[in-house]
Design a protein. Structure first.
Length: 479
C-alpha cells in the first residue's frame, strides 16, 4: 500500500506539512507524489501564461527534489476540476493508495474541489489528511476578543505577531523539516511531456494544450525555477537588501522589494521559510517587527478574509454598501487604453508595459494603476482584477482580490474613498527622475510628461474632472 501526496501551489519539499506527515512512519507504506495538469481549468481561472510556464518548470525541479528523497512524482491530466477527482482516484487505485495528503488552499473554489476529492476518496475507504502549510497561522486562528475575524489589518497584524510568538516551539516556530529519504518504491516518475527525458526549462513554452497566449513569457533568467535558486535569492535579499526595504520599497525604479512573489505564489517558498530566513540572516535585531515581515502578514490576512467572509470568493465587494452607489462606466475604449498602457498617463502606462513585458509589476505601481482604472477611468475593479490575473506571474486569488478591493475602496480595511492617487503627484514622489517611466516608455525619455509630440497618446481623460466626479460618487455612498 501507498500514501499519496497531492502537490498544487506548494511545489517544495521543505516546510511542506502534507509531505512531511506522509513521510512519517512510512516503512510499510511507500510515498508517491502526484500533480495535475488542468489546462482548461487554468484558462477558466485566468492563469497567466507565464505563471503556468513557471509552475511547470518548478514542477520539473520538484520532481528532482523528490527523487532525492526516493519519492516518485506522477502526473495526471484533467481538462477541468470536474474530471479531476476521478483521475486522482484512478491513480490512487492503480497504486493501492490507502491515504491522501495535501495542503489546504483557501479560495472557496479550491476548497470545493478538495471536498469533492475527499468525498470520493472516503467512499472508497481512502483517508484524507489536510494541513495548513500555505499560511503561517491558519485561518480562524487570529481572532479579536469577541472571537470574530479581524476586518482591519493593523489589529490583525498585532494579534498575529502575539500569537506567533506564543506558539509552542520556542523561540520561534520553525519550518517543517525536510522528510527523510524514503525506502525504494518500484514506481517511476512521469513527466508531463511526451518524452520524459526532455528538460522543460530548455524549451519554453512546451505545448501542453494551454491556449492562454496573453502576456509575457516566463523570464527564466530573472526567476530561475526550483527551490535551490529561490532560497539563494531569498537569502540574498534578506542579507543584502532587507535592511533598506522600508526606505526603498516604494520606488519602482529601485530593486527595493524582494521580487520573490512568484515563488511564494506557486509555493516554491513558504512565508514561514521567509520568516526563518529573516531570523537567520537579518542583521536587524528588530527584524520580527520589520516592514517586510508586515508584508508577509498581509498575505496571511487576505487568506484569512477569504475564509471568514466567503462572499469575497464570488467577487462580492467586502463593502457592498459603498459599491452600490458607484456607477461603473463599462467604457470599452477607456478599459482598452488602460490594458494596452495607452492612457497617456506615463506612470500608469509604464506599469502596464512592465506587466506586459515581464509578467510582474511593482507594488506601488499596482496601486497607482488600480486606483487609476477604478477611480479615474471609473471602470469596475473586477475587470482590472481579471486582467491582472491573466498577466501576472505571481497571480494569487486572495492577494489580487484584496489589492483590487483595497484600491477601489470597497475592501476590508480599504483605502479611504477620498484617496485617489494622482499619477502626477505619485510620479513626483516615487519616480522623480522618471527613471522607471523611461525604462518602460522609452518614447517619453527626453520630453516632459504628457508631451504631445513625443509619440505618446494624449491623456484619455480630464484628470480633475474625473477625480471630482469620483469623489462625489463615493462621498454620497459613504454619507
Ligand atoms: P515584497 O515587497 O518583497 O513582499 C514580500 C512578499 O509579501 C510578497 O512576495 C508577497 O507574497 C507578500 N506581499 C507583499 N505585499 C503584499 C500585499 N499588499 N498583499 C498581499 N501580500 C503581499 N500579490 C501577489 O502575490 N499576487 C497578486 O496577484 C497580487 N495582486 C495585486 C493587485 C493589486 C491591485 C495590488 C495593489 C497588489 C497586489 N499584490 C499581489 C500585492 C503586491 O503588489 C505583491 O505581492 C508585490 O508587489 C510582490 O512583489 P515582491 O515579491 O517584491 O514583494
Amino acid at each position: 500500500p501507498h500514501k499519496l501526496v497531492w502537490f498544487r501551489n506548494d511545489l517544495r519539499t521543505g516546510d511542506n506539512h502534507a509531505l512531511y506527515h506522509a513521510c512519517q512512519n512510512s516503512a510499510e507504506h511507500g510515498v508517491i507524489a502526484v500533480a495535475a495538469i488542468t489546462p482548461t481549468q487554468w484558462q477558466m481561472q485566468d492563469e497567466a501564461k507565464c505563471r503556468v510556464q513557471f509552475w511547470l518548470a518548478n514542477l520539473e525541479k520538484l520532481k528532482q527534489d523528490l527523487a532525492a528523497l526516493n519519492i516518485p512524482l506522477r502526473i495526471i491530466h484533467a481538462e477541468t476540476n470536474q474530471e479531476l477527482p476521478e483521475q486522482l482516484l484512478n491513480l490512487a487505485q492503480q497504486f493501492n493508495v490507502r491515504s491522501l495528503y495535501f495542503n489546504c488552499e483557501y479560495p472557496e473554489y479550491e476548497q470545493k474541489r478538495d471536498q469533492q476529492v475527499e468525498h470520493l476518496f472516503r467512499q472508497q475507504g481512502i483517508r484524507c489528511h489536510t494541513y495548513d502549510s500555505d499560511v503561517v497561522l491558519p485561518p480562524g486562528s487570529v481572532l479579536n476578543q469577541q472571537g470574530f475575524a479581524y476586518k482591519v489589518f493593523t489589529p490583525f497584524g498585532k494579534a498575529w505577531r502575539q500569537l506567533y510568538l506564543q506558539q509552542p516551539s520556542t523561540p520561534l516556530p520553525s519550518p517543517a523539516a525536510l522528510p527523510k529519504r524514503q525506502d525504494d518504491v518500484v514506481i517511476k516518475s512521469a513527466s508531463y511531456t511526451e518524452n520524459g527525458s526532455e528538460n522543460y526549462c530548455d524549451k519554453v513554452p512546451v505545448d501542453i494544450g494551454y491556449k492562454n497566449q496573453m502576456g509575457a513569457n516566463w523570464n527564466s533568467a530573472f526567476w530561475p525555477a526550483g527551490a535551490d535558486d529561490a532560497h539563494r535569492l531569498l537569502q540574498q535579499f534578506v542579507h543584502e537588501r532587507s535592511h533598506n526595504y522600508k526606505q526603498l520599497r516604494d520606488f519602482p525604479a529601485k530593486p527595493g522589494t524582494s521580487s520573490l512573489s512568484p515563488y511564494l505564489s506557486v509555493g516554491v517558498l513558504s512565508t514561514r521559510q521567509c520568516i526563518a530566513a529573516m531570523q537567520a540572516y537579518s542583521e536587524d535585531p528588530d527584524w520580527f517587527y520589520s516592514q517586510w515581515v508586515t508584508e508577509l502578514i498581509w498575505r496571511d490576512f487576505y487568506r484569512h478574509l477569504l475564509v471568514a467572509f466567503p462572499g469575497m470568493n464570488r467577487w462580492q465587494p467586502f463593502k457592498p454598501e459603498i459599491e452600490a452607489k458607484i456607477s461603473w462606466q463599462y467604457d470599452e475604449k477607456r478599459f482598452r487604453a488602460w490594458c494596452d498602457g495607452e492612457t497617456g498617463f506615463d506612470i500608469v502606462d509604464a506599469g502596464m508595459k512592465q506587466l506586459h513585458e515581464t509578467g510582474w509589476m511593482h507594488n506601488r505601481v499596482r496601486m497607482i494603476s488600480a486606483s487609476f482604472l477604478t477611480k479615474l477611468l471609473r471602470q469596475d475593479w473586477r475587470l482590472g482584477a481579471r486582467f491582472f490575473m491573466q498577466h501576472l506571474i505571481d497571480g494569487d486569488f486572495a492577494s489580487n482580490l484584496g489589492g483590487w478591493q483595497w484600491s477601489a475602496s470597497v475592501g476590508a480595511d480599504a483605502a479611504p474613498y477620498f484617496r485617489i492617487f494622482s499619477p502626477m503627484r505619485q510620479t513626483d514622489r516615487f519616480d522623480p527622475k522618471a527613471e522607471y517611466i523611461s525604462r518602460w516608455l522609452p518614447q517619453s525619455q527626453d520630453g516632459p510628461l504628457f508631451a504631445q509630440n513625443s509619440g505618446r497618446p494624449a491623456p484619455v481623460i480630464d484628470y480633475s474632472l474625473e477625480r471630482n466626479r469620483s469623489i462625489d460618487e463615493y462621498k454620497n455612498s459613504s454619507g
